[in-house]
Design a protein around this ligand. Structure first.
Ligand code: FES
Length: 449
């Protein structure tokens, strides 16, 4: 297999001939940005082949002048049969820490409680049971005795997942049949989420996740009083696969693209959940409820559903408001694997569960005739206007305007981006203001304005 050395990272990888330089770079842990989702359209993933030969498509050369001096698009150029040395310019690499600090996102959560803590979901509770001890000639299993005790509470049909059953024998014997069960009650189904030895009042923790196209924020919340116990935020690991929704949808259409996007978003959530749990000094498996909101595309990628039909007529996604609920373990979250993940319902292909989740937290649906406007300006911008009688919503891509997507020199507002310039009328001297105050690499949206 050809070996590829990426400079200046000095990272080497061996890959089969035919994979794209982008895929090889990912395998070598070199995160090349793909603002257009790897469609060969934006030219931002240009790298220079210093040694060896790659197979380039006609489009690269026509659109971006690649080939003659070694410049190629990493997303379309394919590794040939020879070893390669590929130089990746600074501008083409994703630097997680060079833009604004995502923890700034958490400032709205400076209050200690959720805005609607008087409407807490009580679907998860802890109940205590005293289970009769086993008699020698009775031949009754632990499970049968627990079922009898549950029958007295009308819970004999509660589901007892195998993962929970595995801990039952020890829990029963540690305190002479006294146990506490963490129970999740849903409309037609009750499930045991945990079994604890003794009669205790365990703290019940919930996880709230906001999956943004660019950033992800998680909160750990006390389900008993609605207190916010920890907040963490970071870039969505998917950003290297495309900056806006359409680019992500395109990326999902690449070979293994959907699997990669799904694992990247789940991994970001799990990383943040572990960090938040560390702050609370708990284990992620102690979190027994999870609520996730995101725009329609992010919800699809989170569940590993193809987002392809979100952008194709007649714009019919796999799920919208009727979002089914899946167990956390099935989705891949590190919290209690048996609890169900509540997903905010989406309204349309581009009016997602994120803005829908925000509406109940505002006064928009309050009993008022006043017309109000609620805006969520993110990479995907959405707004809702109306009052108690009627709400009208709309959405458009806001982020790409800020990221210089369609400008040859355009870039994110990261280190090296020109954010401002001024011309001295007397001297004719042009002054640039560059993020990080180093060498200018490109122009971000503010700079273009
Ligand atoms: Fe390669 Fe846009 S041209 S990611």
């Amino acid at each position: 297999m050809p070996r590829i050395l990426f400079t200046p990272a000095n990272s080497t990888v061996s890959v089969p001939a035919g994979v794209t330089v982008l895929e090889a770079a990912r395998a070598a842990d070199v995160d090349i940005i793909t603002p257009c989702g790897g469609r060969g359209k934006c030219g931002k993933c240009r790298v220079r082949v210093i040694e060896g030969r790659v197979e380039t498509g006609e489009t690269d050369e026509q659109a971006h002048g690649g080939g003659s001096d070694g410049w190629v698009l990493a997303c379309t150029a394919r590794v040939g049969r020879t070893d390669l040395i590929v130089d990746v310019p600074e501008k083409a690499v994703w630097h997680a820490g060079d833009a604004e600090d995502p923890s700034e996102l958490l400032k709205p959560f400076s209050s200690d409680h959720l805005p609607v803590c008087d409407r807490l979901d009580r679907s998860v509770e802890a109940i205590t049971l005293t289970v009769a001890t086993s008699e020698r000639d009775e031949r009754q299993s632990d499970f049968a005795r627990v079922r009898s005790a549950l029958a007295a509470l009308d819970l004999e049909s509660a589901e007892f997942p195998l993962t929970i059953l595995r801990g039952l024998a020890e829990a029963l014997r540690l305190d002479e049949g006294r146990i506490t069960l963490v129970v999740e009650r849903r409309e037609n189904h009750t499930c045991i989420l945990d079994v604890i030895s003794g009669h205790v009042c365990p703290p019940l923790y919930g996880l709230a996740v906001d999956i943004g196209t660019t950033n992800i924020a998680v909160l750990i919340v006390s389900l008993r009083e609605g207190a916010i116990l920890a907040c963490e935020a970071d870039y969505n690991d998917q950003v290297v696969c495309g900056l806006d929704l359409i680019s992500r949808i395109n990326y999902a259409g690449r070979e293994n693209g959907l699997t990669e996007l799904h694992s990247r978003v789940v991994e970001t959530i799990n990383r943040l959940t572990r960090r938040a749990c560390k702050v609370c000094q708990i284990q992620p498996c102690e979190v027994v409820a999870a609520a996730v909101s995101g725009n329609t595309t992010m919800t699809h990628l989170f569940l590993g559903l193809t987002p392809k039909y979100i952008r194709l007529e007649p714009y019919s996604p796999t799920i919208l408001a009727e979002t089914p609920e899946y167990r956390a373990g099935r989705v891949g979250l590190v919290v209690n694997r048996e609890c169900h993940v509540h997903l905010s319902p989406s309204v349309g292909s581009y009016i997602g569960g994120d803005i829908a989740a925000g509406i109940p937290c505002t006064g928009l649906t309050a009993d008022s005739e006043d017309i109000c406007l609620y805006m969520d300006i993110g990479t995907n911008g959405e707004l809702v206007v109306g009052n108690r009688d009627l709400l009208i919503s709309s959405a458009c891509s806001a982020g790409s305007a800020l990221e210089g997507m369609d400008s040859e020199c355009g870039m994110r507002a990261a280190e090296g981006a020109i954010k401002e310039c001024s011309l001295d009328g007397d001297t004719g001297r042009l002054s640039l203001s560059v993020i990080g105050e180093g060498r200018p690499l490109g122009i971000c949206g503010a700079g273009l304005v």
